[in-house]
Design a protein around this ligand. Structure first.
Ligand code: DON
Length: 578
């Protein structure tokens, strides 16, 4: 009886959903009609923050290459996009050099040396709520400063003092808050108030900042000057590190001087795959992004998609089924490959993809028949940030960087003015328990001293005839992978321009929970009806999904030497070029 009633409710819920979506589908067409990318000839920078994009373009105009510009953007974002831009976090940089070679720089955070597998469990073996998510204990050893300096020294042409100066000036002189900046500070006021050093930075003497206020960060400027004048030692040793370690000791954190001094970025071979006639260059473990993206593309390459098929139930069914299989593999096989044997070659082989393709039939395979899992606790979707840069020599740089959650651990280092990440939550706290993105924990991603936590960040460069065609990436936790997939397919399979490709509504499935997450307008009435018949379930208002990803992308027309830039219309970023 109860289950009949539940069944009826769920049928009504689905009918309601179909009705709502049929209204959205009427206006769906108009979304893309106005989507035109920004065009330039000599260079392009696309980021989630207009000021930072402009900083990058100024560096290109001054003769810097794409790496110089990317490093300048990275430091600028730490000042003008504190939500996710950072020097207290980490990330990944994928580089294609004009000579044709590809490389990546891994500046992901690491677990402190005193970290251990069960560090977030109580004496009964239960996860201690919030411990890996907020406060000093959630902080991983930051890699951003080290990664940016490494990139500059190895592949840039300018001095650190030149590329970091715009960030210092912005922190010293201040910049004018836009409404979304003031709102984002306000939204986190309550949690900042637990941390006096953070409350002091993100309020104006205790009064919330408002649109139009000048936001100065003298302590952050001081820290950036230490880096400018002393390089790595300005951050990982000396006064800044003393303040950092003091903050850890005062608030129960794990990071010591030894952790900071021993942090090193790693230059890694990219994960390379192909999709139709395109070459895909993306990030290797400790990110799952490159492997998962290439697995998805390998599976989907077995289908042919007609141009008018976008958004159809058949198209959605195929990509969703592929997503389920790939996220199972992510859960069980992926972790930091320096610590865990990740079967990379098997996972990205075309033969393996073919076996998955052959299992995709006419109906949804319930995720429970693929494996069992846990539920998604998703609440925000854009707390990481991506930027893409292209210069007139043909160098391409794709960077995704993060503090993990919005404003990371919420802890600012007293006296040093920068926010610390809460990246430790990306580890598996306990097998079978999911993290904030609903991603299940398994052994592959268990905590070990010095290990890097598994990421979904997917900074990617797509080559056509060995020349850059697309540079793209996104925030969104687990949704990063599926976001990058859809934008890439929009360009390659559906022939969209980069702005359309970025702006089109998106869906997401991550195997567990067994439902399709979707943005408004992503699934029209017919498709929804068909997908319901095939056995799919959908996210609802409780999932509070409003947007999926925030892409900053570049498309290059190599024949006509035109660079197109697109900042996702879901946000307030900008494409700047000259
Ligand atoms: O590395 C990761 O996969 C996550 N820390 C990324 C976090 C993120 O994208 C936040 N935005 N939703």
């Amino acid at each position: 009886m109860i289950s009949n009633k539940a069944g009826l409710i769920s049928i009504f819920a689905k009918i309601y959903l179909i009705l709502i979506l049929s209204i959205f589908s009427i206006i769906q067409f108009n979304i893309t009609a106005a989507s035109k990318p920004f065009k330039s000839k000599n260079g392009m920078v696309v980021s989630a923050n207009k000021i930072a994009s402009k900083v990058g373009v100024e560096i290109l105009k001054a003769g810097g290459n794409a790496v110089d510009a990317a490093v300048a953007v990275g430091f600028a974002l730490a000042v003008t996009y504190p939500y996710a831009g950072n020097i207290g976090g980490g990330g990944f940089m994928v580089i294609h050099l004009q000579e044709g070679n590809n490389t990546t720089i891994d500046f992901r955070e690491r677990a402190p040396f005193t970290a251990y597998r069960d560090m977030y469990l109580d004496k009964y073996g239960n996860v201690i709520e919030n411990m890996s998510l907020e406060g000093a204990a959630s902080v991983g050893v930051p890699g951003s400063v080290s990664g940016l300096i490494y990139a500059l020294e190895r592949y840039g042409t300018m001095k650190l003092s030149k590329v970091i100066q715009p960030a210092i000036d912005l922190a010293d002189n201040g910049w004018t808050l836009e409404s979304q900046d003031a709102e984002s500070f306000y939204k986190f006021l309550e949690v900042f108030s637990k941390y006096p050093s953070s409350l002091r930075i993100f309020t104006n003497n205790g009064v919330p900042y408002k649109e139009g206020d000048l936001f100065k960060q003298p302590e952050l400027a001081w820290t950036l000057k230490q880096i400018r004048d002393r390089g790595l030692d300005g951050f990982y040793k000396g006064k800044v590190s003393d303040l950092f370690v003091q903050q850890m000791m005062d608030m129960g954190g794990f990071i010591t001087h030894a952790d900071l001094e021993k942090y090193e970025p790693v230059e890694r071979e990219p994960i390379i795959g192909s999709y139709r006639e395109y070459k895909i260059i993306s990030m290797a473990p400790p990110s799952s992004g490159g492997i998962a993206l290439i697995q998805l593309l390998n599976i989907l390459e077995n289908f042919n998609f007609e141009k008018d098929e976008w958004g159809s139930s058949q198209y959605l069914h195929r990509i969703v089924e592929a997503m389920k299989y790939v996220f199972v593999d992510r859960t069980y096989h992926l972790g930091d490959a320096d610590f865990y044997p990740v079967p990379i070659d098997d996972l990205i082989s075309k033969e393996y993809a073919k076996t998955i393709f052959e299992r995709i039939k006419d109906n949804a395979v319930p995720s429970a028949e693929i494996f069992t899992g846990d539920s998604l606790r998703y609440y925000e979707s854009t707390e990481t940030t991506h930027y893409s840069v292209y210069d007139n020599l043909g160098n391409a740089v794709s960077v995704t960087t993060t503090l993990n959650s919005a404003f990371g651990s919420k802890v600012v280092v007293e006296g040093a003015g920068f926010l610390l990440n809460n990246e430790m939550n990306d580890f598996s706290e306990k097998p079978g328990v999911s993290n904030q993105f609903g991603l299940l924990g398994t052994d592959a991603n268990a905590i070990e001293p010095g290990k890097r936590m598994l990421s979904s960040m997917t900074p990617t460069i797509v080559l056509k005839d060995n020349k850059p065609y697309l540079i793209l990436g996104s925030p969104g936790g687990s949704m990063i992978i599926t976001t990058v997939l859809q934008v890439l397919m929009n360009c390659i399979d559906f022939n969209m321009n980069i702005q359309e490709a970025v702006d089109m509504p998106r869906i997401h499935h991550q195997w567990m929970p067994d439902k399709i997450y979707f943005e408004k307008f992503a699934i029209n009435k017919d498709a929804m009806e068909n997908l319901v018949k095939m056995g799919y379930d959908f996210s609802d208002m409780n999932d509070r999904i409003t947007t999926i990803g925030l892409v900053q992308g570049i498309m290059i027309d190599q024949n006509n030497k035109i660079i197109y830039g697109a900042s996702d219309s879901r946000g307030n970023g900008s494409a700047e070029g000259f």
